[in-house]
Design a protein around this ligand. Structure first.
Ligand code: C2E
Ligand code: MG
Ligand code: MG
Ligand code: MG
Length: 279
């Protein structure tokens, strides 16, 4: 390899993925193996109704623990999985697992509204994605309205027509749709108005911003936008009582964050819910 090539590729890939090319190829191999060896698992983070402080559901978040105990963050390995195509089978597994977990919680009598599952743009482009969602629901026995798919704004940007149709079909199944990391992408407002979306998810950056000189202004703007469009608004990254107070006062409906709970193993959900109820 010439130096120039290395430097070029470095710019191209490291910015995007935070790791070097060779390291990336190696990690990709490890990731495939990890999936086969069931080294990938889900954690669940509670979501609250901010007014009632009631637990309304959980967001499923993927984790990878390597054989030597190292945790690789999803922001590193999801792009890899997207690049290699593994995201198709991985995403299908996430969807099914999350639906089964939710169904079990409901069967145990917990009154929850939804399970939120992150969906990659690659999955959305899959021709049989809707069939996949239908299967996950049917096999788990979960009613569609309990399932929410979290999509990012970049998804909404790619291939507008096709995307709109896919969304409409998903909506017709009765599932819910949230736009994740809202405000960090580039979706146009006119487009947002047309999409059959249920919820806007305020990115953590704008919750963090509450503590800075900028204050809660972007979070407030998104909350007002949501209200105007008739959408629910949820905030991620609530880390303090102050965040919670500010968000509640501005009319943000729901939230999640380390203040409420960190993402937890499936086995920790039940004890946590019982504790929470008794507060
Ligand atoms: P996201 O969907 O926006 O998820 C929220 C992220 O914020 C999670 O990071 C969560 O652990 C973190 N978080 C929540 N509350 C707090 C808080 O109070 N403070 C701080 N510092 N962080 C908080 P995580 O689990 O590392 O996931 C990162 C991203 O990876 C997710 O962002 C999502 O885009 C992606 N991801 C995770 N699981 C999946 C998956 O199953 N499929 C796909 N396609 N993407 C996933
Ligand atoms: Mg999410
Ligand atoms: Mg998010
Ligand atoms: Mg985010």
């Amino acid at each position: 390899r010439t130096k120039g090539y290395q430097r070029g590729s470095h710019t191209l890939f490291t910015r995007e993925m935070g790791i070097e090319i060779r390291e990336r190829a190696l990690l990709m191999q490890h990731l495939h193996k990890a999936f086969d060896a069931e080294r990938l698992y889900l954690m669940y983070q509670p979501q609250l109704d901010l007014v009632q402080r009631r637990v309304i559901g959980f967001e499923a978040l993927l984790r990878w623990r390597t054989d030597d105990g190292q945790m690789i963050p999803p922001t590193d390995f999801i792009p890899l999985a997207e690049h290699s195509g593994l995201i198709i089978s991985l995403g299908a597994w996430v969807l099914r697992t999350a639906c089964f977990t939710m169904m079990q919680l409901l069967e145990k009598g917990f009154q929850l509204d939804r399970i939120a599952v992150n969906v990659s743009v690659i999955q959305f482009r899959q021709s049989d994605f809707i069939g996949l969602v239908e299967n996950a629901l049917r096999d788990s026995g979960l009613a569609p309205h309990y399932l929410e798919l979290e999509i990012t704004e970049s998804v909404t940007m790619s291939g507008a027509g096709m995307f709109e149709e896919a969304l409409a079909r998903l909506k017709s199944l009765g599932i819910q749709i949230a736009i994740d990391d809202f405000g960090t992408g580039f979706s146009s407002l006119s487009y947002l108005d047309k999409l059959p979306v249920d919820r806007l998810k305020i990115d953590r950056a704008f919750v963090t911003q509450i503590d800075t000189q900028g204050g809660p202004r972007i979070a407030e703007l998104i909350t007002q936008l949501g209200k105007k469009l008739g959408l629910k608004v949820i905030a991620e990254g609530i880390e303090s009582e102050h965040h919670l107070d500010v968000l509640r006062k501005m009319g943000c409906d729901e939230g999640q964050g380390f203040l409420i709970a960190r993402p937890m193993l499936e086995s920790a959900i039940e004890p946590w819910l019982r504790e929470w109820k008794s507060l």
